[in-house]
Design a protein around this ligand. Sequence first.
Ligand SMILES: [Zn+2]
Length: 410
Amino acid sequence: MELEEESLENISNDFERVGFGPLYNENSSLKGKRIKFLDTTLREGEQFPGCYFTNSQRIQIAWMLDFIGVDAIEISPVISSNHLEACKKIVKAGLNATIVAHGRALKDDIDKALECDAEFVALYHSASDTQLKYKLRVTREKAIERTVSALDYAKAHGLKARITLEDASRADPSYLVEFAKRLEEAHVDRISLPDTVGIMTPKGMYNLVKTVRENVNVPLDVHCHNDLGLALANSIAGLEAGAEQVHVSVNGLGERTGIADLSQTALVLKLLYGADVRIRFNMLFELSRLLEEYTRIPVPKSMPIVGDNAYKHKAGTHVAAVLRNPKTYELISPKTVGNKRKLVFGGLSGKNGAEFLLKMFGINVPSESEKLLSGLKSLGIDLFELELTDEMEEILKKEEFLSGMEGGKV
Ligand SMILES: [Zn+2]
């Protein structure tokens, strides 16, 4: 069994890992393209029901995100005096990541960003008729005027500014393009196109971004909500259509069912699409657990990459195969993302699982393993799981430990 953390480039080029899969996946326009990550755990993430951070947690999270390599960290200074204080401290911390102060397209919110000494603001304004009518009660033209005037104010104060066209995916495309063009004329630095209610298919998100892309020459962000489980797929589709920054949060935290998860987005873009992603992958598990501890919102066991089950093998045939070579059932090594490999012993362990268990206790008698197997089967439950430490994997590497065990029998 391999112990080393593998580089993701090596995995992509390792035929035993990827097989013929890449033939079907084909090359994407994202291959080799630098993708920027904006992490919004401190803004969108705190909108997850039940989630609140203390200021020292906010600062610690910002440090971790910066260390892990995200390009921008979004925080809203306008929520409370605590948020304002946290934003000031994070701006002062001198991180590599751009600190983006988030607020409404209003003078008061821009003033709060200025108070924090932020250099970049993100101002949001609805763009769909439903939100203009029921949430803001303004006309389409008034919405553009208001936003351009807020943008002018921000630019006049030396700020760089992103405008988020909230609910872009439900907006009239011709109005959305008109809105974006007026922002471009007013020298906006970025435009974010969110799928606010998760209504898009990947093809739809591709077409939405492409439509705006073809009409303005402004860097675009994508921000996809996960109401129907398509946040990750839609984010990738938006990037393929020409957006160059993706919004993510740790553990996918966000309003309602959240947005695209940092770990999954980074890994999918790097490993499956070959994009230029500058994230420290071996820190992903630790960052996920830090957020679990701070928010007390459990990471689902089935969560890809950082979930407790991500590298846990249960069926006897799987365990036997993984013991011989993890490539049989793992696309990437758990070490690559800071997670751990685990084996489950119980009713589904099979002959090899039973033999393995006895060998762990130094018993190498086939008749005993038959008895143990029949006992495990009659129990019909998972008895326990074993986390494979580095030391244990060293023992397993020795061929004699596995010798005599038959592959593939349950
Ligand atoms: Zn959102």
